[in-house]
Write a protein that binds this ligand. Structure first.
Ligand code: SF4
Length: 441
């Protein structure tokens, strides 16, 4: 793809999707997918969570933890043996299994879309349709049970906005944690009330991905930090006693570049890691997406210099010790991506990553959520290495998935061993989620 095409694809209807027409046809034909098979008998139910399970934690005094942590290393915190074991059980053991077991499908992380509805409307986001009902308890339980029968032990809730049904999410987190999953909860924070935080933390939530794009809400970008500030203070303070992690997830758009810097500084002041995305238009046609033609967030050719300046600023901050999920190398690749120069990168979607839609059907990754291609359902996955390989030849150069890229990095033994040795020598204090070989983390 040329630079001109890279620019055009974000701003004109002609680039309503990013894969070749032949692949697009394959992915969207037939028009509907095979459904999760019906099971005889009553629908399955998730158990009612016990709350609180950890009464001592609920009432523990944490008033001193509320202050900003600028006087010391803002990122420094202690980890108990059970919390370290939780990370190893979630990530390391499944990874090792995926390297030694025969076969191609060994998921490490599963995205469970409990919702396809959202309470906000970010102009870049096509990942919600408020006409679609949320996941049922039957599908959620069968999904978790099926994942438990595989190597997977990282469960990422996903939406839409997963906290639209807090009682449902509490049940999912409680059940999955009892099964040994490391649980990731992404949210725009608007519904993350203290009572919800306490319940999810008590149930076993391991990480909160707090999506913020601007400090003060603006047209097209409603995920404003100021709108969630009271909940945010509570969320940050409680992480130290419950043992979960909070990080900021920031989407770099053409109209939030100053906010990206301010949010980075706010996260640093609070000792939070940051994760950056570069704004992407839909991978395939999203018929329900309302903002494809008129969009104030998509990055145009004339925005490249300002966007690149912001990325360079982030790279400087990363070098200066700000912890980011994105490595320096990966941040640099954002510049290649907007110019259409990204190369193939060994994507692991459909092998070590799986998406479970609200109806229990499967997709390899988030950009393919709306594809009607049949990759099977929970209890009956139908991923095929050859089909995935052919597809990725086309979609990889147009896809900037940080998670899949980090996983791709792990499927090279030499790099992983080198990374492990470097982190061990630093007492694992530098671990941020960034894995790239040129990371200076
Ligand atoms: S490169 Fe991987 S994550 Fe991206 S769209 Fe293709 S299969 Fe999905």
């Amino acid at each position: 793809m040329s630079e001109q095409e890279a620019s055009d694809r974000s701003t004109t209807p002609a680039w309503s999707f990013r894969v070749a027409p032949s692949l697009h046809h394959l992915l969207t034909t037939p028009a509907s997918r095979a459904a999760l098979p019906f099971q005889p008998g009553a629908p399955q139910q998730l158990p009612d969570p016990v709350f609180p399970q950890h009464h001592g934690l609920l009432i523990a005094d944490d008033s001193r933890l509320s202050k900003r942590r600028m006087d010391v290393d803002p990122y420094r915190r202690g980890w108990s043996a059970p919390l370290i074991y939780r990370v190893l059980r979630g990530w390391l053991f499944p990874y090792i299994k995926s390297r030694v077991l025969p076969g191609d499908f060994h998921p490490i992380i599963a995205y469970l879309f409990t919702e396809w509805k959202c309470n906000l409307d970010c102009q870049y986001c096509w990942a919600f349709d408020n006409r679609v009902k949320g996941m049922t308890e039957d599908t959620a339980k069968r999904s978790i049970d099926w994942l438990h029968s595989t190597s997977c032990r990282v469960l990422a809730l996903m939406g839409g906005e997963p906290l639209l049904r807090p009682a449902f999410v509490h049940k999912v987190v409680y059940y999955a944690a009892k099964k040994g999953f490391w649980i990731y909860v992404p949210t725009n924070g608007r519904l993350m009330k203290p009572a919800v935080i306490d319940r999810l933390a008590d149930a076993g939530m391991a990480v909160v991905n707090l999506a913020v794009d601007v400090v003060q809400e603006k047209p097209g970008l409603p995920k404003g930090f100021n709108a969630i500030r009271p909940f945010f203070e509570y969320l940050v303070r409680k992480q130290y006693k419950y043992g979960y992690i909070v990080f900021f997830n920031i989407n770099i758009c053409r109209n939030n570049l100053e906010d990206v810097r301010q949010l980075t500084e706010i996260a640093h002041d609070y000792g939070l890691i940051t994760d950056y995305h570069i704004n992407e238009s839909p991978m395939i046609a999203e018929t329900h997406f309302k903002h494809l033609d008129e969009n104030s967030t998509f990055i145009r050719r004339e925005d490249w210099p300002h966007v690149e300046e912001t990325i360079d600023w982030l790279i400087d901050k990363n070098r200066g010790g700000y912890k980011m999920v994105n490595s320096i190398q990966r941040l640099g690749q954002m510049k290649d991506f907007i110019r259409g120069k990204l190369q193939e990168w060994n994507c692991r979607a459909g092998q070590n990553v799986v998406v479970i839609r609200v109806d229990g059907t499967l997709a390899p990754c988030f950009p393919m959520y709306s594809a009607s291609y049949d990759w099977g359902t929970v209890e009956n996955q139908r991923f095929d290495a050859r089909q995935l390989g052919d597809m990725k030849k086309d979609c990889q150069p147009h896809c900037f998935s940080t998670l899949n890229h980090n996983l791709a990095f792990c499927y090279n033994d030499r790099r992983v061993i080198r990374w492990g040795i470097r982190q061990a020598l630093r007492g694992f204090q530098g671990v941020s989620g960034s894995f790239d070989q040129n990371s200076e983390d």
